[in-house]
Design a protein around this ligand. Sequence first.
Ligand code: ARG
Length: 462
Amino acid sequence: MNSNKTWSGRFGEPVSELVKKYTGSIDFDKRLAEWDIQGSLAHAQMLHRAGVLSDEDTAAIRQGMEEILAEIAAGKMAWSLDLEDVHMNIERRLTDKIGDAGKRLHTGRSRNDQVATDIRLWLRDQISIIRSLIRDLQTALIELAEQHADTVMPGFTHLQVAQPVSFGHHMLAYVEMLGRDDERMADCRGRVNRMPLGAAALAGTTYPIRREITAEILGFEQICQNSLDAVSDRDFAVEFAAAASLVMVHLSRLSEELILWMSPRFAFIDIADRFCTGSSIMPQKKNPDVPELVRGKSGRVIGHLIGLITLMKSQPLAYNKDNQEDKEPLFDTVDTLIDTLRIYADMMRGVTVKPENMRAAVMQGFATATDLADYLVKKGMPFRDSHEVVAQAVRHADQSGADLSELPLEVLQGFSSLISDDVYQVLTPEGSLAARNHLGGTAPEQVRFQAERWRRLLEKAV
Ligand code: ARG
């Protein structure tokens, strides 16, 4: 007969080995064990208070589960594919230990509401870890912003030199993105933190269960209000994968910039050796492997988002075995995101900034051309005309191999008589930066203000 006695009673022949492997989930869902036991203990306690489980049985379940937890922690639990998944492995171990009391644990419950509860319990813990890692990375970026509020670098649009910006301002752009990522995680956690337990297989149960008791023990903020929905939807997982994908996309963009900036053509920064590798053939090479892999791994996480949302598409209510496929993408999303955030904060703290090279690059792209146009406007020229005058000046400077700020006053005055010697204040990158002194602008004063604002926000968050 089939070795899985939990449900094989009605079957006339054992499940084939291949099917057992194909349908089993123990290889990957055993990592839910700790949360599965949390859920079971709360369920037992609730059944006890509802008068369904006796004092002795409840005590035996608690004792047995504690032993099982210790066995798992010590690596002594023997997981068996014959028992299909984490839920039945633990239940069987419990029954081996305490007999009939173990068999009573599953009263008023199904693996369908059990597994949905486990994933939610697990995921809400992971989100809390992820949120604190996001905040640590933000702190590393804020540290750089504070050190480099006055460091000028070329700001780019279309990857062409556009206008000077503060390197600190550039770092704080990512602090903003990560701030929204953190908000999304917090928001998503609220919807993860709702309890399906009590839905049983799909329709609820005939026992006098008290779901508010289980929810309180487990720290759920809400209780799923429809049993069919409770066991079947994984929208919370899709939503989490979308939030995770956005974090990875933000870090992929920063990675692309770090890779460019580390190239000798830019030479804006250096990444500490411990985050790079060499080449087996080219002795001179130092490759930015970590940012490259982050860029690559963003594809993997986005793939999981697509996988999860596709998993839900067209599933009829209520639970279907399809849902077992939610775990591997979800686990890998969490693992990838946690490792990435950890390594990233470390890596940013090991970045060396090269302000001289950044400044030299600003001096090569006529980055203050807009400043000159604005200068002429302030002296009374209409903007469209000043745009044309500056274009002429840039053309001249380009031909003579000089920056606008390096052209003699007489030459500049040849383009417009409105120009006088105060023009040099706006033509330097430092002057250009300082002039953008409004909320959200790149002036060093604003950068320091924003860094300070973020510091206070992050302090409040802990
Ligand atoms: N391993 C299953 C899963 O991950 C547990 C629930 C199985 N329920 C069932 N009726 N086969 O979804």
